[in-house]
Ligand binder design. Sequence first.
Ligand SMILES: *Cc1c(COP(=O)(O)O)cnc(C)c1O
Length: 235
Amino acid sequence: MNRRAELAANLAGVRQRVTAACRAAGRDPDEVSVVAVTKTFPASDVRLLAGLGVREVGENRDREAAAKAAACADLALRWHFVGQLQTNKAGSVAAYADVVHSVDRTRLVDALSAAATRAGRDLVALVQVALDDDPERGGTPPAAVAALAEEVAAAPRLRLGGLMGLAPLGVDPTPAFALLAEVAARVRAVHPQARWLSAGMSGDLEAAVAAGATHLRIGTALLGERRQPPVGSRR
Ligand SMILES: *Cc1c(COP(=O)(O)O)cnc(C)c1O
């Protein structure tokens, strides 16, 4: 099978899983977006996915993301930054990203807001909630989310889109996603526009849809196994 046919088959498989998960949860599949996480795969794959109708693309490292976004600038894609972000990369990310899923501290809010202002761009920012005790995976503790969401909502050129979470590795994701949904409901009570819930990856998208995810971040199920370990795994 050539690469285009392989990606087309994978995409159809993911869409089928999303549709089935929505049906099981009594949800409308139109409420759920798939972000294709293309990290470690070449810009040529992004181009093929775009040809298959994919518009939302995710990356987790600034250097790789910046190069791919530049190589695909003609495709009018929406770039999602999903990885842990150092404040000194905020300027670079604000130049190409439309959405940052991993806002987890005040200094990053300030850096992204300043960078987006300099770039004359608006960024959708999601507050990443820590759903386990692993500091390497990022996120702010559930009890600190309300205050951080307030800071994002007040920051020039940032729009509070909602929340993001990574389920703990190697255990049933359902309790973690339930906690995430509960924190999200509290944030929405104050910020009704913050409707996005970014949760669910290749291995746990069904549980995420059941918990109310609006954005699934899908790598492996679309693109195949990565050669490098994913960021967020223990190395
Ligand atoms: C790599 C990555 C994903 C995609 O993971 P898969 O299991 O390959 O679908 C999702 N979210 C983040 C933050 C990632 O770094």
